[in-house]
Design a protein around this ligand. Structure first.
Ligand code: WT7
Length: 657
């Protein structure tokens, strides 16, 4: 392995974990998933996926399940036609469930709104008519830069309804990050809000859009939802949502699009400074989102109340708030704010208030809850919870056990779901009711999915062995490329094991003695901070774009709460001034990164150093910097061009320079 994964000591514990938790008889008896599902998929994979696609309404049935002749570009359900929004909304109204609540929306200040499927249909129809009135149609790109308000979901579904592609940009990203994403896919429209609530106070959002749009000539219009009622500057491109959308008819006839019609682009960090626009299409994506949501979370649409705590700015929000759940006629909670507003019991208050039965969150938040203390969840009635999920990074067994005991009442099964923006939907996860859970392991590829751990040569490693995670069969929700960059798509995912035709996930993994898969973190220059992917290069470019910085190297250092924390080493420019390494200057650098990328990319720590450790070919040895960042003895320095560099760095840091 080229790089040791994050998590440091937690990882050692993780790999010696041996407890298992078999499903209870009661759970197994009522579970959507049964052991036969694995057999069925193994017997005939394509027939299996065709059966899953029948979960959806198709206006025209496909004539071929999979066309892999243009590999690595897949076509699923070839010739089929469907409307994704119709599948998530209208068909539930038509089947007599118009009065069922689709979304229990909970605003951060405590306002709330229950939206039934009938109402969702009217809202999405109005928004679709509004898009059409602006001339937005099939394959146009629409940027959505919004907090977790209902209109964000209406906007996504309205795009899907008219065949436009949304590109949701997380509301925590900077104006500059928004601008580059708008520009990369030439968005014609931006949908945003005036502001957003964050930790109890309204913060402006539209100024970032104004700044981004000023440098993005493709944008013709900006639709603004009034959320915080903060005053905003107004340009002639701007139009209020309540004026444009609310004046539209609430009737709209959805058009059926090809199964391979593009549905959305979602940007994610790669190993270079430029984010990748991951492209997803319609039929295969919705099939797998719907299938996985049904079986992994054991959803019972008539009785469950589901809550996924993600933001729609990430793929989890796309697949497990919008498309998977709504296609399955979920009743779900959508929460706008932070987990400690007004206090650290907010999530448990919401679980109790709505009787949440399925709760899906990230390890970083579970570790934060642990830090806040078990007495907080203990104050609430959490007995409605029956399935718990985890996603975003490896979950350490301590956090897993804490989650099960203090949130799941010592009995709710936990599903540790491994997947990526690129995979579109869950790939590796235990099925509750079927698989005996092991804390810390995502365990088995789902029925219909092929995943393996292989060595450098692409040969599968034996039980107990470690290597790289690959996906050895195409899957319905797989990405259909990187927007505008076919070569990068081939290079990034398909060249590493090109001979074998495996998809390279970028994660290290190992098999335990039972053949279960344990994910070990990224093996490339991608960090995982609170479950968010951030590339080291992206942060380095942000740092060197500051006038005082000559060179920068960034590493992900293990962090008890966030999984990894960003630690930067910078060399200052000559003439940067005596004070350039002082506390104010460091703060200025951290703020600069926040401005360039977003607050989530702010380094936890910045160290000013005289040199960076490099190999003879000039490659920065991040492994050594990680040793420094994690306060370890520095490892083998023999491949450094100048082996005294590490002494220089350590000496400088000790003298506090
Ligand atoms: C990377 C993908 C999938 C939605 C959220 C993140 C890591 C994700 C797990 C897990 C271990 C995990 C991997 C992966 N990851 N889930 N259950 N166990 N690692 O999506 O931003 O595309 O990041 O997150 O390293 O490659 P993403």
């Amino acid at each position: 392995m080229t790089q040791s994964p994050g998590q440091g000591n937690a990882l050692d514990n993780l790999l010696t974990e041996s407890r298992t938790f078999p499903p209870s008889d009661e759970f197994a008896a009522q579970a959507n998933a049964q052991p036969a599902l694995y057999e069925e998929a193994k017997a005939d994979r394509e027939a299996f996926w065709a059966k899953q696609a029948e979960r959806l309404h198709w206006d025209t049935k496909w004539d071929q399940v999979l066309d892999w002749s243009g590999a690595p570009f897949a076509k699923w359900f070839v010739g089929g036609k469907l409307n994704v929004a119709y599948n998530c909304v209208d068909r539930h109204v038509e089947s007599g469930h118009g009065d069922q609540v689709a979304i229990h929306w909970e605003g951060e200040p405590g306002d709330s709104r229950a939206i039934t499927y009938a109402e969702l249909q009217r809202e999405v129809s109005k928004a679709a008519n509004a898009l059409t009135s602006l001339g937005i149609g099939a394959e146009d790109r629409v940027a959505i830069y919004m907090p977790m308000v209902p209109e964000a979901i209406f906007a996504m579904l309205a795009c899907a309804r008219v065949g436009a592609m949304h590109s949701v940009v997380f509301g925590g990203f900077s104006a500059e990050a928004l601008r580059t994403r708008i520009e990369d896919s030439s968005c014609r429209l931006v949908i945003t809000t005036d502001g957003q609530y964050r930790r109890g106070t309204p913060a402006p959002l539209k100024p970032a859009v104004d700044e981004a749009v000023a440098g993005a000539p493709s944008v013709e219009k900006v639709i603004v939802v009034k959320r915080t009622d903060t005053e905003v500057a107004w340009t002639d491109k701007d139009v209020w949502w309540h004026e444009l959308v609310d004046s539209q008819s609430d009737q709209h006839t959805p058009e059926a699009f090809d199964s391979e019609h593009p549905l959305f682009i979602l940007y994610t960090s790669g190993t270079t400074g430029k984010p990748k626009g991951i492209l997803h299409t319609s039929g295969g994506y919705l099939t797998q989102a719907s299938y996985t949501h049904n079986y992994v979370f054991d959803l019972k649409p008539d009785t469950d109340v589901y809550w996924c705590t993600a933001d729609i700015g990430w793929v989890t929000g796309h697949s497990y708030i919008v498309y998977g759940p709504l296609s399955n006629r979920v009743t779900q909670v959508v929460y706008e704010g932070t987990p400690n507003t007004p206090n650290e019991g907010r999530h448990w208050d919401i679980v109790q208030k709505y009787g949440v039965s399925i709760y899906y969150t990230a390890p970083t938040l579970i570790r934060t809850f642990m830090k806040w203390g078990a007495d907080i969840p203990a104050k609430y009635d959490l007995s409605s919870l029956r399935v718990l999920g985890s996603v975003g990074e490896p979950i350490n067994p301590e956090a897993w056990i804490w989650y099960r005991e203090n949130v799941g009442g010592g009995k709710a099964p936990i599903v540790d779901t491994w997947w990526q923006t690129e995979t579109g939907a869950i790939m590796i996860s235990p099925l509750p009711g079927v698989i005996s859970a092991k804390p810390g392991s995502a365990q088995q590829p789902l029925p219909g999915i092929g995943a393996k751990v292989v060595n450098d040569e692409g040969v599968e490693v034996p039980a107990g062995g470690g290597g790289y995670l690959v996906l050895d069969e195409p899957w319905p929700a797989m990405l259909r490329g990187i927007w505008g960059d076919e070569e990068r798509y081939r290079d990034t995912y398909w060249s590493r094991f090109g001979e074998q035709g495996f998809y390279f996930a970028g994660d290290g993994a190992k098999y335990d003695a039972d053949g279960d898969i344990w994910l070990l973190g990224r093996v490339d220059d991608v960090m995982n901070v609170s479950g968010h992917r951030i590339s080291t290069t992206e942060v380095e470019s942000a740092l060197v774009s500051h006038p005082t910085v000559a060179e920068a190297a960034v590493v992900g250092a293990s962090d008890d709460t966030t999984g990894q924390g960003i630690v930067a080493f910078v060399i200052l420019r000559g003439g940067a001034g005596a004070d350039a390494g002082g506390a104010d200057a460091i703060k200025a650098l951290r703020d600069h990164v926040a401005k360039e990328i977003g607050p989530i990319a702010k380094p936890r720590q910045i160290m000013v150093v005289p040199e960076l450790p490099k190999t003879r070919s000039g490659k920065i040895m991040r492994r050594l910097l990680r040793d420094v960042a994690e306060n370890r003895a520095v490892g083998d320095v023999t491949t450094l061009a100048d082996s005294s560099v590490m002494d220089l760095i350590s000496a400088g840091l000790q003298s506090g320079k």
